[in-house]
Design a protein around this ligand. Structure first.
Ligand code: KG4
Length: 334
């Protein structure tokens, strides 16, 4: 193949409640990007219903793939590889993108690359202007995960710490459900917290004073503290409560990230996942960072689940000659 030939990859995502298809050139340039969010289907349940999710993925994925190819002005025969999120996620949902990718791989004789969703999230900034340099600290904050990694290269991850119970996004969603603020909780809580007139802390710090070696996160205690407070003070101001909750929820993220980065002498920090869209988190990280430190957060569209990040990390594996056979199954866990 001519070295100047652009490498075109199709990335498919269906691990939770977004169906997405994207065409990415050379692992860096998004040529087309389709995302269908199922939020409206799940909002009355205040959480993702797996059976509804997989059915919806199945209904929309073919249309999204065709639209992604049309928008990129290419056809299946122009693709060099097809990548799909293969783990972790809801099994019935994962299957939809993975089976579609395998069918495309089989029919068009191009490699199929099964992607780790968490790794794909941390690839998102490579699709934008400012590329992180390896090694970097990866903070992954979403509805299903809260974890810190040292990322030394594609596929080279060291898990440094993770939540021992709920994920941070899950805590946002549960507090929002309890206060009846809407689903998903993150954007509602962020908006309402901004209106708090009295900004006095009501809840204890999460995992305070456990020492710098402690790399754990925990979100079930703060959720219970909020619920208990509301039961005790039913007339308390909602904005003040969610302001306090949010400050505590993100304080531990900033605390852990900088402690770990400085301990390992790493100055680039990448934040990814749905909660990375939170403006207060961005603000706190930027307030706390030193001049020598760089915080890289993808734009909100690339923070949530999307196919472009899947095509992007898929490119790295494609160029390394790594791909999966068609017997590869999906996995609920990473
Ligand atoms: O990464 P994501 O789209 O899906 C997975 O969890 O896989 O993340 C969704 C999570 C939800 O829990 C949602 O409440 C949270 O991200 N989220 C936010 C914000 N936007 C979305 N949390 C805090 N502030 C936000 N602005």
């Amino acid at each position: 193949m001519d070295h100047n030939t652009p490498i075109l990859g199709l990335g498919l995502e269906s691990s939770c409640d977004e169906t997405s298809a994207a065409v990415v050139k050379n692992g860096s340039e998004i040529l087309s990007h389709e995302i269908f969010s199922q939020v409206d289907l799940h909002s009355e349940y205040f959480g993702v219903v797996p059976e509804i999710a997989s059915r919806s993925h199945l209904e929309v994925i073919n249309g999204l793939i065709q639209k992604a190819l049309d928008d990129a002005k290419i056809s299946f025969s122009d693709l060099h590889y097809v990548a799909a999120t293969q783990r972790p996620g809801l099994v019935g949902s994962l299957l939809i993108a993975v089976q579609s990718a395998k069918a495309i791989s089989f029919v068009h004789k191009i490699p199929f690359i099964g992607v780790n969703h968490l790794e794909a999230h941390l690839y998102a900034p490579f699709l934008e202007e400012k590329n992180p340099v390896y090694p970097f600290i990866g903070l992954l904050v979403s509805g299903g995960n809260t974890a810190i990694y040292i990322v030394r290269g594609p596929g080279e991850y060291e898990l440094i710490g993770k939540t021992v119970d709920d994920a941070v996004g899950e805590a946002y969603d549960k507090v929002s459900k309890f206060l009846n603020l809407g689903y998903p909780g993150g954007p509602h809580i962020e908006r309402i917290a901004r209106t708090a007139k009295i900004r006095k802390q009501l809840f204890p710090k999460i995992l305070a004073d456990t020492g710098p070696q402690d790399t754990r996160f925990s979100y079930s205690g703060i959720k219970t503290a909020v619920v208990n407070y509301i039961r005790q003070y039913p007339d308390a101001d909602t904005a003040e409560i969610v302001w306090s909750f949010q400050e505590r929820a993100i304080e531990i993220l900033a605390r852990r990230v900088f402690t770990i980065a400085r301990l390992h002498n790493i100055t680039t920090i990448v934040v990814a996942g749905g909660v990375a869209a939170n403006g207060r988190l961005r603000e706190l990280l930027n307030e706390t960072k030193r001049d020598s430190e760089d915080i890289i957060i993808p734009s909100p569209l690339l923070c949530t689940d999307n196919g472009a990040m899947v095509a992007g990390i898929g490119y790295r594996y494609y160029t390394l000659g790594i791909h999966n056979d068609l017997h590869t199954d999906v996995k609920a866990r990473a």
